[in-house]
Design a protein around this ligand. Structure first.
Ligand code: GTP
Ligand code: MG
Ligand code: NA
Length: 345
């Protein structure tokens, strides 16, 4: 397939970490939504997907750039939310397997926990580049809120003893990360992002550091991963969930990692009783900046390009299996080959 260095797809960024470190809240802060409040027990139990257009990144990083232009080369970011509860290690594994880059969220007050370490090991295993959000800075004693501010500006506004508590806690967590074999640095001091993992202090509640986090993900992906992100028309797509939706029947939520999907495409997916061959009746996405796992208004599309979280309505999807690949039958494909391939996952 032809590759154009200017034609980049949106990177997929997976959010990983121990339960209740604030993964969903960070996304809520970026989206200006309240998805976390609606979760049963405040616990994420599914993989989520949210598309963040480049324009939203631009707006949110304006103050941080202080008038400088953002040389944005990406159409946007597809962010994958994962559960941190120990029982969902299969979903963490699936989420991390889909992504180009990850944000590992650590609670500044708790340091490394069981699933932090599990997540680090997943990322190491797959050699996935990642950054760390050291979240809940607003819980430092006597933290002065500077809502949605770049983190260094917010830090500069704190009393000396607040900065000291931050430093002490930061150093402790950095040491724990060193023990996991990771070299880390605060992102604004990191001169070598290939060898040192950047840490961004954040608050998902008051928004300090969120602009920094967004800017860093975009900068790292478009500078270090441009080759990997060049759009290629080879379909790569994974089924996340199978869901009944009123008015649509059974649908599948998929992550389109690479390539394109079109309304009317013949698709092959893995079913409990054997391969399912069906036709895309409707190709839908949530609104930009909205979570696919939350019911909302869907946007209809004739075709979609990666990366994107997509909802597909089609007949016979009732027994589709989450976590498996989706194939499109192209003009040169043998359906029987694809039926075999889809059942191998
Ligand atoms: P799981 O998906 O269940 O693993 O949790 P999570 O990592 O998505 O954390 P979640 O967003 O559910 O937040 C857990 C709790 O921490 C909630 O009560 C949030 O309000 C709180 N919380 C998250 N981020 C922050 C933060 O930056 N500051 C403070 N003070 N509380 C936070
Ligand atoms: Mg969550
Ligand atoms: Na939670």
């Amino acid at each position: 397939a032809a590759r154009d260095p200017k034609d980049l797809r949106s990177p997929i960024c997976c959010i990983l970490g121990h339960v209740d470190t604030g993964k969903t809240k960070i996304l809520d802060n970026i989206r200006r939504t309240n998805v976390q409040d609606g979760e049963a027990g405040g616990i994420t139990q599914q993989i989520g997907a949210t598309y963040i257009p480049a324009s939203a990144v631009e707006t949110r990083t304006e103050e941080l750039r202080k008038g400088r232009q953002f040389d944005l080369k990406l159409p946007g970011l597809l962010v994958i939310d994962t559960p941190g509860h120990e029982s969902f290690s299969n979903l963490r594994s699936r989420g991390s397997g889909l992504c180009d880059i990850a944000i590992l969220v650590i609670d500044l007050m708790h340091g490394l926990e069981q699933q932090t370490i599990e997540s680090i090991n997943l990322l190491k295993m797959r050699k996935t580049p990642f950054i760390i959000a050291m979240n809940k800075v607003d819980r430092l004693y006597k933290w002065q809120t500077v809502a949605n501010s770049p983190i260094q500006d917010a830090m500069a506004r704190q009393e000396e003893y607040v900065r000291k508590e931050f430093e002490d806690r930061y150093n402790q967590v950095a040491l724990q990360l060193n023990e996991q074999g990771l070299n880390v640095a605060l992102y604004w001091k990191n001169r070598d992002p290939r060898s040192f993992i950047s840490i961004v202090p954040t608050s998902a509640i008051t928004g300090e550091g969120i602009p920094d986090l967004l800017q860093l993900v975009v900068k790292l992906t478009q500078s270090l991963m441009a080759e990997r992100l060049m759009f290629v028309n080879n379909l790569e797509s994974t089924v996340l969930e199978v869901k009944q939706i009123e008015g649509l029947g059974t649908t599948i939520d998929v992550v389109l990692v690479n390539g394109m999907l079109r309304e009317g495409d013949t698709i092959v997916v893995c079913g409990l009783g054997g391969p399912i061959v069906t036709t895309i009746r409707a190709l839908l996405t949530p609104q930009p900046m909205r979570e696919i796992r939350v019911k909302g208004q869907y946007v209809h599309h004739k075709e979609l390009r990666a990366a994107m979280g997509v909802k597909i309505a089609a007949h016979n999807l009732e027994s589709a299996v989450a976590g498996t690949q989706l194939y499109v039958v192209g003009p040169d494909d043998d359906v029987e080959d694809l039926k075999d391939a889809v059942m191998e996952d």
